[in-house]
Design a protein around this ligand. Structure first.
Ligand SMILES: [Zn+2]
Ligand SMILES: [Zn+2]
Length: 287
């Protein structure tokens, strides 16, 4: 299994709310959605507004029959793409959602955003075959040739981080988490030695501390500086700053990448369309 290709493609990198416009055109305005593929397996991380374009691309490529989506959690910015995921409306397609920790069945949680008067099509009446798989804390699972480890994070509602590994390469997806005062030991364990760490960098340290606007402590998000601290402690290869604040312009993202690179040179900004061959050198037009 050594040297199997592991590819990550970003379809949505924004946090909280889609933020299209001229100031965010380079990084992109769609919310959380990341595609991870090996030559034989595809897993989608989160179902934010970036999921629409991914679904359309899968249909165009004829690769839409079976999709597995791992959802970090069900805040709106991470599930709002589901009603617009084309394979859900196609008979013969299989769509599996994996998440948990809500105190209610995942199917019921996902159905809530597709109820009148908010949306006209009910989750339960979709023509595809939909499977909702509950995830237990610290559960490990296998999807095709991807081995997946999980950890729970610090957020106002339960959140999962994922480590996906194949052929000796690995990517960690850790979004919507608050770092508090130190490196989170659960994340340190999950991320140790990973080739790519995708991390919640919603705030600058100044914003987090309340030097610019209100203090963001307790809001469930982190900073690029905490991402750098984790990346160094865990010995990861590349740090991808993710879940950009909706107010963060392209220039603002470039600035935080520069600041992060002062302490961790292998830092990039996640941006829509960025494709990373995990374990290979990463280039980013956005930074
Ligand atoms: Zn979020
Ligand atoms: Zn959240």
């Amino acid at each position: 299994m050594e040297d199997t290709k592991l590819t990550v493609r970003f379809w949505g990198v924004r946090g909280s709310l889609p933020s299209p416009g001229p100031d965010t055109a380079l990084v992109g305005g769609n919310t959380s959605c990341v595609e991870v593929t090996t030559p034989t397996t595809r897993v989608v991380l989160d179902a934010g507004s970036g999921l629409r374009a991914l679904g359309d691309a899968l249909v165009a490529r004829g690769e839409h029959r079976d999709t597995t989506l791992l959802l970090s959690h069900e805040h709106r910015d991470h599930v709002m793409g589901i009603p617009f995921f084309a394979p859900l409306y196609m008979p013969g397609c299989n769509v599996t959602f994996v998440s948990g920790g809500h105190g209610a069945p995942l199917r019921d949680v996902l159905a809530r955003q597709m109820t009148p008067p908010m949306f006209p099509v009910a989750f339960g009446s979709l023509p595809s075959r939909v499977v909702c798989r509950e995830l237990a804390p610290a559960e490990r699972l296998t999807v095709g040739d991807l081995e997946i480890e999980t950890a729970t994070l610090n957020h106002p509602d339960p959140v999962y981080a994922f480590r996906l590994s194949s052929g000796g390469k690995s990517v960690v997806f850790a979004t919507d988490t608050e770092h508090f005062a130190c490196v989170d030991p659960r994340l340190l364990r999950l991320a140790r030695g990973a080739d790519l760490l995708i991390y919640d960098a919603q705030y600058t340290p100044e914003e987090y501390a309340g030097e610019l606007g209100p203090p963001r402590t307790g809001w469930g998000h982190s900073t690029f500086a905490a991402g750098v601290e984790l990346a160094r402690a865990a010995g990861v290869g590349t740090l991808a700053l993710f879940h950009h604040d909706p107010r963060r312009t392209d220039a603002g993202v470039a600035e935080i990448v520069q600041r992060a690179r002062a302490s961790f040179p292998d830092t990039v900004a996640a941006r829509e369309g960025l494709t990373v061959e995990v374990g290979a050198a990463v280039r980013s037009r956005a930074a």
